[in-house]
Design a protein around this ligand. Sequence first.
Ligand SMILES: CC(C)(COP(=O)(O)OP(=O)(O)OC[C@H]1O[C@@H](n2cnc3c(N)ncnc32)[C@H](O)[C@@H]1OP(=O)(O)O)[C@@H](O)C(=O)NCCC(=O)NCCS
Length: 197
Amino acid sequence: MPTTLDIDEDALHAAKESAVLEKTTAAAEEETVRMESTIRSATADDAQAVCDIYNHYALNTVITFDEQPLASAELRRQILESSESLPWLVFEDHGDILGYAYAGKWKSRCAYRFSVETTVYLAPQCTGRGIGSALYEALISDLRAASRHSAIAGIALPNPASIALHEELGFAKVAHFKEVGWKFDRWIDVGYWELLL
Ligand SMILES: CC(C)(COP(=O)(O)OP(=O)(O)OC[C@H]1O[C@@H](n2cnc3c(N)ncnc32)[C@H](O)[C@@H]1OP(=O)(O)O)[C@@H](O)C(=O)NCCC(=O)NCCS
């Protein structure tokens, strides 16, 4: 068995230096990853990626009440139309769109003009990593900057991840509609959560 006396001091020094180098490289890589992830306003060119994310939930889950896939042209129209007056954000990582969040009118009548409906969707393999919180925080910050007053989110139930996200950011449950949706041969409740901005 080697003793402490058997340790080659030069080798030990070299190993320490190499560990420091590895640590520095890992930190630099982490920084690069962080810098290559960004939240930015959506453009019409993001429509296909947004469409792919949304259609997964339309076709396979009760999270949205659409039952048919949307065409990317429809998403393109929505992005162009709503992003003129309200935030429409995407989370981009190394050129891939991993999720999006946007605000739309809550209702069209004039006195509702300071209220918005907010929505967030991530690619299914990207959930549970803080991306939803980052997108929603950015959305809320943009809404505050735009002097909006009330943000409202409808959540088809159950959806523990969405409830946790909304409540983490200060939304409180204000309404519960029973059996207002019918999808995949069952009735679905919808809850509403509101945040006064
Ligand atoms: C809902 C959604 C946007 C949340 O984003 P996310 O990146 O997965 O969530 P985050 O990692 O930022 O976590 C936010 C909070 O939710 C909690 N959470 C995340 N996934 C959860 C789950 N499956 N069950 C319970 N809580 C969960 C986190 O612990 C965190 O709370 P904390 O900060 O108090 O610990 C994302 O899961 C998603 O896109 N889901 C499918 C589409 C959807 O449901 N959209 C909402 C429509 S209303």
